[in-house]
Design a protein around this ligand. Structure first.
Ligand code: 1GP
Length: 249
């Protein structure tokens, strides 16, 4: 189940994708099972599993739980090199290009490489950018990097373009899980207009309206985590926005 060709094809056609992020650190097995069982029915594109802390969570167990309820691809969204699991289909190999911490630009990748070689994962090089959306999120703190200021759309666009020139296959603009507000439509639009690779948006998308705004501004894929983990039944409302966009095409 290769995910990148699907993302690329959808983006080229102007079709939108919706991904659900499950953080093994705060997983509620009943709610996750419910989400997974409904996801395919509602046309969710894929699951992501990961988080920046993973103090107690079990990545493999979480993937197995999702896969026992849904025939959808699962993409790893690792916080560090220990968060790899062969049960996943794909890996967003994140380079934190908004930061200047070599550990998250190459260090963790070197540590992950020998294990990755033994796993049959689709590896997708991803230019990962954090944006400061009012609150300092866990990922910004843990990575010890300075996020891109909220209003600096041009900085985000130049960073994403640099990532594309470096060979990244995706640009991921993230307010961080639990962001106080979503990334601004202006920043999404400016980044989208600057790059030729698909754009993923996440962080603080808590309502169907926010999802609509992100798609309308140019996001190819939007990631919703916290809100759906809290309230799995909202999946139908989020999915309705996805289908509204894809029907227009
Ligand atoms: C975080 O983009 C994801 O990396 C999802 O964020 O949990 O705020 O939806 P939320």
């Amino acid at each position: 189940m290769n995910v990148y060709p699907q993302i690329l094809e959808a983006a080229l056609k102007g079709q939108k994708m919706l991904a659900v992020l499950i953080d093994p650190d705060r997983i509620d097995p009943k709610k996750t099972a419910l989400l997974a069982a409904q996801a395919a029915h509602y046309g969710i594109s894929f699951f992501m599993v990961g988080g920046s802390l993973l103090t107690e969570g079990e990545v493999s167990q979480t993937i197995k739980l999702i896969k026992s309820h849904a025939k959808l691809p699962v993409v790893l969204f690792p916080g560090n090199h220990s968060h790899l699991a062969p049960e996943a289909d794909s890996l967003f190999l994140l380079s934190l290009i908004s930061g200047r911490n070599p550990e998250y630009l190459i260090g963790q990748h070197v540590a992950a490489a020998p294990r990755l070689r033994k796993m049959d994962l689709e590896v997708i090089p991803t230019g990962y950018m954090l944006v400061l959306c009012d609150n300092l999120t866990t990922v910004a703190y843990v990575s010890q990097t300075l996020p891109i200021p909220y209003e600096k759309a041009e900085v985000a666009a130049n960073t994403a373009l640099a990532g594309e020139y470096l060979g990244m296959r995706l640009a991921y603009l993230d307010g961080g899980s639990g962001a106080a507000k979503p990334i601004s439509p202006r920043m999404i639009r400016t980044v989208k207009q600057s790059i030729n690779i698909p754009l993923i948006i996440g962080g603080g998308i808590r309502t169907p309206e926010a999802l609509h705004m992100a798609f309308a501004a140019g996001a190819d894929v939007v990631v919703v985590g916290t809100r759906l983990e809290e309230e799995p039944s909202l999946i139908s409302d989020f999915a309705a926005v996805l289908h509204q966009f894809n029907k227009k095409k």
